[in-house]
Design a protein around this ligand. Structure first.
Ligand code: ADP
Length: 622
């Protein structure tokens, strides 16, 4: 399915049947119940009991008023009045007790629920394939699910209990009011309806509007983050593109603003009409009841039931209808959450466990196409690399190098062809067990706002406290600056948290390099390792790389030929296919694509002609 034929999200919401809504409702209740059965039960019971109190209060109030009226004629004792007062006070105390217990259990339930749903989202996120994160729609869904996790599931539960409570209140108060005349209750109920319909309707519209804006809001947030980023501030200032970013940020805001204004204006107009019609209906009901009062058909107490009952019924009806619309809106969110939780995952532990070092990696006619796209980004890629060898991937941007690395590291599965590890089909093995034999430094490696030790040892969390191991990796990566930090390996890094120390780009990269070395892996992958390193660092890295190459498989992506030429085999990718492969000397002798690229770069910094070299050697760049 391509983006063009995909229906917009609101159309898909519409398409969902009531049945699936009910299923979602059921599933949500299950979620709430499992989060805390005890608090769910206490909350539901206290709310339902409390919902019967308004009618009881109205009735006792009516009795009291009628008795007072009788007392005026000397027909009632003080004790009888006191007894009724006692009942009223007892009802008041019971009411506050129920609401105190109910509120406390709701708060605790909300907390448990937020924790359990967040936990499910995080569990799910850690099971999702890397591909899912690269898909904008999935990513939006994840972000939205996580953002609103605190309010939505509890919202559905409280609204549903509230609905049941409102039904209890309405039935009991309604029974009292119905005694005043059969038309009273319908008129009062009718008066509450327009307001609720308006707020319901615009609530849904508001939600849809926000949902339509999700993508643009993400872009706007991103633009804002560029202006507030510590790492980008230099580039932004120097090129001076703040006004451009600000202008685009504001354009998005203005777009949202236009939509909001239209919505607010329509909501205000309809809201006023609703209030007007409601006032007229209440006036009509009052006039009718006053006529019966004038005829002496109802008591003072009855009249108090009517007057106080109006507010009660209106509140309850609007609570009831708002509850329905609230549940509807929250269920839209819950659907989003459930569809996120239902996304297919890739079980990284599925398959036979791999053990022992990887001795050979063979790509056999491997092809790959990103999901939802219609172009193969890799086609018929075949090569073999053995233990002790280094293989370099060369090619222009977009040639498919990073994709190839994602396949090799089992982050992605090939769309066609086979990857063989030690001669066996890699698909047979659990990705996680194979990945344990691999270590990598990505071009966009992580800068973890944690201690230096953690930054390194995250590569193998079971050895998080292996300080000598971390120190060894730090030394090998040439990250000696760590020793000079206050607190050494334990120094908190990064600017995000207080006390953290910001490192330079090159220093962060050395830590990433230390992370790569820390894992005891038989395959090492360097994805443009030298991109942020100075010349000395680069030559040290290359030395280390040559050392690593002896008993391992090394895969290297680089634009620098001084690094690439050290590899035993160089594979040149162009448009997703291998156009040349061989050693540096062979490829230079071929005078093909590689030689041309090499000449081009060599001209920039080499005094000597880039003639075929028999032995790889380290070439310093200026
Ligand atoms: P390189 O690392 O050589 O620069 P990549 O492997 O990153 O190249 O990209 C190869 C091709 O795949 C490019 O045309 C790129 O646009 C495309 N591509 C990369 N990532 C994705 C993705 N997540 N979805 C769709 N296409 C992608």
């Amino acid at each position: 399915m391509t983006a063009a034929v995909r229906p917009p999200p609101e159309a898909r919401d519409e398409a969902l049947s009531w049945r699936s809504r009910l299923q979602d409702l059921w599933q949500t209740l299950g979620l709430v119940w499992r989060a805390s059965p005890r608090h769910s039960l206490i909350y539901a019971l206290t709310t339902l009991l409390g919902s019967a109190l308004p009618a009881a209060n109205l009735y006792v109030g009516k009795l009291l008023l009628d008795e007072i009226a009788q007392a005026a004629q000397g027909r009632v004792t003080y004790q009888a009045l006191l007894a009724l007062l006692g009942v009223q006070v007892a009802l008041g105390v019971l009411g506050s007790l129920l609401s105190t217990v109910g509120t406390a259990s709701q708060q605790l339930l909300g907390d448990s629920l937020q924790h359990s749903v967040s936990r499910r989202i995080l569990d799910k996120s850690s099971e999702l394939s890397v591909e899912a994160f690269e898909n904008a729609e999935t990513y939006d869904r994840l972000q939205q699910a996580y953002r609103e996790v605190g309010s939505r599931p509890l919202g559905v539960a409280t609204q549903l209990v509230g609905l049941a409570g409102a039904a209890v209140t309405l039935a009991s108060v309604g029974a009292l009011m119905a005694r005043l005349g059969f038309w009273v209750l319908p008129l009062v109920i009718l008066a509450s309806v327009p307001g609720v319909i308006v707020s319901n309707r615009f609530g849904v519209e508001g939600y849809r509007m926000l949902r339509r804006q999700t993508h643009d809001a993400r872009v706007q947030n991103y633009l804002g983050s560029l202006l507030t980023s510590d790492t980008l501030v230099k580039e932004v200032r120097l090129f001076g593109f703040e006004p451009y970013l600000l202008r685009r940020w504001r354009e998005y805001y203005l777009g949202f603003r236009v939509q909001l204004e239209a919505l607010v204006r329509r909501r205000a107009g309809w809201g006023f009409l609703a209030a007007l019609s409601s006032a007229l209906l209440i006036a009509l009901a009052s006039a009718l009841i006053l006529r019966r009062a004038a005829a002496g058909e109802i008591s003072v107490g009855d009249f108090s039931v009517f007057v106080l009952g109006i507010a009660q019924v209106q509140n309850t009806v609007s609570g009831l209808l708002n509850g329905v619309s609230g549940i509807y809106q929250n269920l839209l969110y819950m659907r989003n959450l459930f569809s996120f939780l239902e996304l297919p995952t890739r079980d990284l532990d599925a398959g036979e466990p791999w053990s022992g070092p990887i001795e050979t990696i063979e790509f056999r006619a491997v092809g790959f196409r990103y999901p939802l796209t219609d172009r193969d980004v890799l086609r018929g890629v075949s090569f073999t690399v053995r233990r002790g060898e280094a293989l370099a991937l060369v090619g222009e941007n977009g040639a498919g190098k990073t994709t190839l690395v994602k396949l090799l590291t089992m982050l992605f599965e090939p769309s066609s062809g086979t990857i063989l590890l030690n001669g066996q089909d890699a698909a047979r093995f659990s990705p996680r067990s194979v990945q344990r034999e691999m270590s990598i430094i990505f071009q966009d490696f992580g800068q973890y706002q944690m201690s230096a030790r953690e930054n390194v040892a995250l590569a193998e969390v079971t050895r998080l406290d292996d300080r000598p191991g971390v120190q060894g990796a730090v030394d090998r990566a040439g990250a000696a600056f760590v020793d000079d930090l206050p607190g050494g390996l334990e120094a908190p890094l990064g600017r995000l948290f207080t006390g953290g120390r910001q490192l330079s780009g090159g220093q962060w990269q050395r830590l990433a390099l230390a992370r790569l070395y820390f894992r005891r892996a038989s395959v090492l992958v360097f994805d443009e390792p030298t991109a942020a390193l100075d010349a000395r660092a680069e030559s040290e890295t290359i030395q280390a790389l040559r050392e690593e190459t002896r008993d391992r498989i090394t895969l290297l992506i680089s634009h620098r030929f001084s690094t690439v030429r050290l590899a035993d085999t160089i594979v040149v990718l162009e448009g997703g296919v291998i156009v040349e492969s061989g050693s540096h000397a062979e490829l230079i002798a071929q005078r093909g694509k590689y030689a041309a690229l090499y000449d081009l770069q060599a001209k920039g910094y080499l005094a000597e002609p880039p003639a075929p070299v028999s032995r790889p050697r380290v070439q310093d760049e200026p």
